[in-house]
Design a protein around this ligand. Structure first.
Ligand code: C5P
Ligand code: MG
Length: 160
C-alpha cells in the first residue's frame, strides 16, 4: 500500500515524514521519487507478483514507476460515486485516526483525483492495461468482482 508506506514514514518522525504528512493533510500527491523509492524498498527481496494499493495517482507516479520497475501487468480501477466514498471515509474517520479522513481533506482528495489521477486512468485504459471494477455494494460483493477481474486477466486464484 503506497499510502501505508507513506504513513509509516510520517509515523517514524523523520524530516521526510514531516513533509509527507503536510502533503497528505492537503490531499495532494507526494513526489514520485519519494513514493517510488518507498515502494521499491518495500518490494526488494521478494519475488512477487505484487498487488500495489493506491498507486499510481499521477502521470508522474506512473512514469517514475515504469522507469524504475517496468510496466505493471494490470491496473484495477475500483469505482464508486463521490457520495458513496465520502460516506465510507467519514465512517472510517471515526476510528482510523487518519489525519485525512475529514470532510475538508476528503474534498481536496476528490479534486486531486480529478486533476491528477483521472489522466492515469485515461492513459492506461487507452493502452488496454486497465480493468474497471464496480465498487458499489458490500465488501464481499466487491471482493468477488475483484477476483473475477483478476481471473479474467489470467491471474490464477491464490490457493487458500
Ligand atoms: O491511498 P491512500 O488513501 O492511503 O492515500 C492517502 C494519501 O496518501 C493520499 O491522499 C495522498 O496524499 C498520499 N498518497 C500519495 N501518493 C500515492 C498514494 C497516496 O501522495 N501514490
Ligand atoms: Mg488506501
Amino acid at each position: 500500500s503506497a499510502g501505508e508506506l507513506l504513513r509509516a514514514e510520517v509515523a517514524s518522525g523523520s524530516e521526510l515524514g514531516r513533509q509527507i504528512g503536510a502533503v497528505i493533510d492537503e490531499g495532494k500527491i507526494v513526489t514520485s521519487q519519494t513514493t517510488v523509492g518507498l515502494l521499491r524498498a518495500g518490494m526488494a527481496g521478494s519475488a512477487g507478483p505484487f498487488l500495489i494499493d493506491g498507486f499510481p495517482r499521477s502521470l508522474s507516479n506512473l512514469e517514475a514507476f515504469e522507469a524504475a520497475m517496468g510496466p505493471a501487468r494490470l491496473m484495477l480501477f475500483l469505482e464508486a460515486s463521490e457520495r458513496e466514498m465520502e460516506a465510507r471515509l467519514l465512517k472510517r474517520g471515526t476510528s482510523s485516526g487518519r489525519s485525512d479522513d475529514n470532510l475538508q481533506t476528503i474534498t481536496k482528495r476528490f479534486r486531486t483525483f480529478a486533476e491528477e489521477t483521472r489522466p492515469v486512468v485515461a492513459r492506461l485504459e487507452e493502452q488496454g492495461g486497465l480493468r474497471r471494477v464496480d465498487a458499489a455494494g458490500g465488501e464481499d460483493e466487491v471482493f468477488a468482482r475483484v477476483c473475477e477481474a483478476l481471473a479474467d486477466q489470467g491471474f490464477a486464484a491464490a490457493a487458500s
